[in-house]
Design a protein around this ligand. Structure first.
Ligand SMILES: [Zn+2]
Length: 401
């Protein structure tokens, strides 16, 4: 038998510090540091718990992680001693690695906001489709820091985006609030941590009547302020068929004002981890072109001239800039729809790593037409959801890898 893998003191301190020395279990938030027995001592009561196990037979197993990965701070979550024991009961069955990674990301996002003096904090945990025109009854999706939803045409990807957006903005439910007699109605529940577990429900009760509930109490609208950044499906036509200039085109695709696109450009250029360099607007015969330097190309090219995948990168970078900024003030979700990332698995792996990184604090939902390949899925901690079937009886398959 090999020795169980231990975290070093330095790793423990780093994990504790990133959690603000508070328990990362969503309903707990207990401080884990305080005065010690003597006046010159502190007492630390928290634990750096293993996400994947310290020994091969332990709770949650070890996946395919190497020893170095198992003892790294990525594999640790800071918990009070009660919750450290609790998540390991019954071999950790109720707390798979992805769930613990989500708890950890939630805690770090919350501490980052508190540190900048903002108290808003929430994390989307589950969407339950109690009844809906598309999905089998009581279908549910669990969200991680990154949630990848794969489904073909007609499997309800766009509907899911509209329903999630409908939480903050009833106008996004326009397609759903006039059901015919024979249609199944929309009734969904979102569970989020605030950090306590909260439930919000939306029900289309009758035509043009959307009811909102918080913990079963009827409310006029959903009061939690939520930053929602959405890259919807889009189609870019060549300039010969479309007279808009590129600033207007991008603003229409993202459904944000041209001023906001202009203001976001410097934020994109500041993001050193991004895929796009030197984004700028240049006037040409009275129209504005959006130029960027792309990897592996010597000459900057304007938006319409570039490939689908390069256009996708520019749009994603603008959305990432929005989500980054928004998440400094509000719980923020970035939703990327339209399968842009399906084009290139390498591209997907790069963005997936970026969306999972602890350096920023928004949740990302990516809708893909095909399964992504490459990357160590077990380690990455993202949730993977498959939509199976089409039209009225789609089922949701979210088995762990
Ligand atoms: Zn606790």
């Amino acid at each position: 038998m090999s020795e169980p893998i231990k975290f070093t003191e330095k790793t423990k301190r780093r994990v504790a510090g990133r959690a603000g020395f508070r328990c990362s279990f969503p309903s707990c938030d207990k401080p884990t540091i305080g005065p010690g027995a003597r006046s010159n001592e502190t007492a630390v009561t928290g634990k750096a718990a293993h996400i994947y196990s310290a020994s091969p037979g332990g709770p949650r197993g070890q996946g395919t992680l190497s020893k170095d990965q198992l003892r790294s701070s990525e594999n640790a979550i800071w918990l009070c001693s009660d919750h450290a024991t609790y998540v390991d009961t019954n071999r950790g069955e109720k707390f798979p690695p992805n769930l613990l990674l989500s708890y950890k990301a939630l805690q770090e996002a919350k501490i980052a906001r508190h540190q900048s003096g903002i108290n808003a904090s929430a994390w989307f945990h589950e969407l339950r489709l109690i009844e809906s025109p598309i999905f089998a009854a009581n279908a549910r999706i669990l969200f991680g820091k990154l949630t990848v939803i794969v489904g073909g045409n007609g499997s309800g990807k766009t509907a899911l985006c509209e329903w999630m957006s409908g939480l903050g903005d009833p106008s996004r439910l326009r397609r759903w609030d006039h059901p015919r007699e024979t249609d199944r109605r929309l009734h969904l529940q979102v569970t989020y941590f605030d950090p306590r577990e909260q439930h919000a429900r939306i029900e289309v009760a009758a035509p043009d009547s959307i009811m909102y509930y918080l913990e079963d109490k009827r409310v006029p609208f959903y009061p939690l302020k939520l930053g929602l950044v959405h890259l919807p499906q889009y189609l870019i036509r060549p300039a010969s068929e479309d007279l808009r200039d590129e600033l207007q085109l991008v603003s229409d695709v993202l459904r944000i004002p041209t001023t906001t696109v202009r203001n976001l450009i410097p934020c994109v250029n500041q993001n050193n981890e991004g895929c796009v360099r030197n984004l700028r607007l240049v006037g040409n015969e009275g129209k504005l072109m959006l130029l960027a330097d792309h990897e592996g190309e010597k000459k900057a090219r304007c938006f319409r001239e570039t490939s689908d995948s390069q256009q996708g990168k520019v749009l994603i970078e603008l959305c990432v800039a929005m989500a980054r900024f928004s998440s400094e003030f509000l719980p923020t979700i970035l939703m990327i729809e339209g399968g842009i990332l399906s084009f290139d698995p390498k591209n997907f792996a790069r963005y997936a790593e970026y969306f999972m990184s602890g350096g920023h604090h928004f949740q990302t939902i990516v809708m893909l037409i095909r399964s992504p390949t490459g990357g160590s899925k077990e380690w990455s901690g993202w949730e993977f959801v498959r939509l199976v079937g089409e039209k009225t009886n789609v089922t949701i398959d979210q088995s762990p890898f």
